[in-house]
Write a protein that binds this ligand. Structure first.
Ligand code: PNS
Length: 159
């Protein structure tokens, strides 16, 4: 069975990777789908985000990294996938995530969303916080994969 893990992944964090590792053990094929949203101010290009995720997932043979634009339901249909996975960190994620899951199922009644509770180790980690912390000189090496750390340091001119 296929599962799709959509997101901005700007950049991917170890919390996201924990979700990917867990679903890759349970499903035949995992599509990590990066939203290609031209209106959103992203730090990394889609190509850079793909490179970071492919590097972090190089040992997971059933994981594919793709990008999509437009509606997630349309992309899921295109690749014949009927299950979305999203991670839930704190209660604050719940409201937005349930709204998206309900809307996606309204748009396509065959599409279900599976929620995985994030690893407690990373429940406070988000891409935006990681960017803010490194911007102000804090250490984020424990929160992102190696290549993301390297590219973040380059982007913010940190040695
Ligand atoms: O990592 P994010 O930014 O929280 O991911 C949000 C994402 C990409 C899953 C969501 O914005 C999305 O699916 N966007 C694609 C457009 C779409 O289908 N919007 C309606 C969602 S109900």
């Amino acid at each position: 069975m296929k599962i799709i893990y959509p997101g901005s992944f700007d950049p991917i964090t170890l919390g996201h990777l924990d979700i990917i590792n867990r679903v890759s053990e349970k499903f035949d094929e995992v599509y990590i789908a990066i939203l290609n949203n031209r209106n959103k101010n992203s730090l990394f290009t889609v190509e850079e985000r793909i490179e970071i995720i492919e590097d972090a997932c190089k040992d997971l043979k059933n994981v594919r990294v793709v990008s999509f634009s437009g509606l997630l339901v349309d992309y899921a249909k295109k690749i014949d996938c009927k299950l979305i996975v999203r991670g839930l960190r704190e209660i604050s994620d719940y409201e937005k995530e349930v709204q998206m899951a309900l809307m996606n199922r309204e748009l396509d009644k065959d599409l279900e969303t599976l929620f995985l509770v994030s690893n407690a180790k990373y429940s406070f980690v988000s891409s935006s916080l990681v960017k803010e912390i490194i911007y102000f000189g804090g250490d984020i090496s424990n929160f992102v994969p190696e290549l993301a750390y390297k590219l973040l340091k380059e982007r913010y001119n940190i040695n």
